[in-house]
Design a protein around this ligand. Structure first.
Ligand SMILES: *Cc1c(COP(=O)(O)O)cnc(C)c1O
Length: 405
């Protein structure tokens, strides 16, 4: 067990008293961060290989984000959607350029779930006579009701059913099953380019292309949920760009604002014009502060050549992790800075705890997977410190697992 010290225990007690019980009580309370390091309320520091679930793309307190946000909050914090502000337009232009599809249009929102809600409405407007969707088993698209309807984890979806849309779930990665499920009544196919919350599980080669073909055959929209994988996480602006597949709709959020809340739904072709005046909206979506942060993220990714950095360091790191000689780890999967150590079933929690005690934040995303989704700014030397510490972490976790069983 991680030793729980006084400041953490006091916060946990207050949390338990006032917070809804939808999260378990977290065992770590963070106070501040700088670069790829964070400090807890006891003053202990960690190398952050989680980045707030693939969010803090430039690490913590990056000067470009600090400057962009503070100067914007001094000028104008909020406009609502009644007025234009230049950064929202600039951000939409940048996102369309990164998608590299002329004529694409953008809806700015607040987070991943609301980006997917917008995508659902785009699909329903593009196909007013269709109410059927296809999505993947084990997928995650968010907690609001539209996004939840498409989420392939029955345990979190079913208590809130029914949803008013008809969804067929197919095993992720099985192109035949997908082809069979898509019919002329299907409005859209929703897929993650790699399953994120299910443990960073990439599909077999050709899967996204097969989904594209199935959609083309029936007119269904291909919606790719890049909320976790987009904005450089895999070493491309969008994860689907590695597969050379052109989606009709793409959603992004997590890494976009570098820690400030923002999401976006991008639509191309006819889907770009599916939403008409009055069809959708958000009071806070694309607010000036979040847009300023997002523009700073995109600028730094470009100026510091972080896409190339993530591709190169990610590949070396995955190779080095796979070569680590230690118990429990059976495989390494993923791409760029979106990796998972595949570990013996049930050992992930003990590995996360042992890593924390050794000064590293990692995420036991599944009982058999440790997710690594660090800031895109993680240096190769920082990545190496984790690789070097891993055998000791695994030994400690092995002892904990055998004591526990
Ligand atoms: C995190 C996530 C979401 C939901 O994003 P929120 O900002 O938590 O609403 C949706 N889709 C994917 C793939 C995600 O990883």
């Amino acid at each position: 067990m991680t030793e729980t010290l006084a400041a953490t225990a006091a916060l946990q007690e207050r949390w338990d008293a006032v917070m809804m019980r939808n999260y378990g009580t977290p065992t770590l309370a963070l106070a501040h961060g700088a670069g790829c390091r964070v400090w807890d309320v006891e003053g202990r520091d960690y190398l952050d290989l989680v980045a707030g679930i693939a969010v803090s793309a430039l690490g913590h307190a990056h000067p470009a984000i600090v400057e962009a946000v503070t100067s914007q909050v001094r000028r104008l914090a909020h406009t609502s959607n009644l007025y234009i502000h230049a950064d929202a337009v600039r951000l939409a232009e940048r996102l369309v350029a990164a998608l590299d599809v002329p004529g694409a249009r953008v809806f700015l929102c607040n987070d991943g779930a609301t980006a997917n809600e917008a995508a659902v409405k785009v699909a329903l407007r593009a196909h007013p006579d269709r109410r059927h969707f296809v999505a993947a088993e084990k997928s995650f698209h968010g907690r609001t009701l539209g996004a939840l309807a498409l989420t392939g984890k029955a345990a979190i979806r079913e208590p809130f059913a029914p949803f008013g849309v008809d969804v067929t779930f197919v095993p992720y990665g099985d192109a035949d099953a997908l082809r069979e499920a898509v019919t002329p009544t299907t409005a859209a196919v929703f897929l993650e380019p790699t399953l994120g919350e299910a443990g960073v599980v990439p599909p077999p080669d050709g899967y996204l292309a097969a989904a594209r073909t199935a959609c083309d055959n029936t007119g269904a929209l291909l919606v790719l949920d890049e909320v976790q994988g987009g904005i450089g996480r895999t070493g491309a602006w969008f994860a689907h760009q590695h597969a050379g597949v052109a989606p009709d709709v793409v959603t992004v959020a997590k890494g976009l604002g570098g820690g400030l809340p923002i999401g976006a739904c991008l639509a191309t072709g006819a889907a770009a014009d599916a939403l008409q005046k009055g069809d959708h909206g958000s009071t806070f979506g694309g607010n000036p502060i979040s847009c300023a942060a997002a523009l700073a993220v995109l600028d730094v990714i470009e100026q510091d050549q972080l896409l190339q950095h993530v591709r190169e360091v990610g590949q070396q790191w995955a190779g080095a992790l796979a070569a680590v000689d230690g118990p429990l780890v059976t495989d390494v999967r993923g791409r760029g800075f979106w990796l998972a150590l595949v570990v013996e079933e049930g050992s992930a929690g003990a590995i996360e705890t042992a890593a924390r005690e050794a000064g590293f934040l990692v995420n036991a995303v599944a009982p058999d997977a440790i997710r690594l989704a660090p800031p895109l700014t993680l240096s190769s030397a920082e990545a190496d410190t984790f690789t070097a510490a891993l055998p000791t972490i695994l030994d400690a976790a092995t002892r904990a697992v055998s004591v526990g069983s």
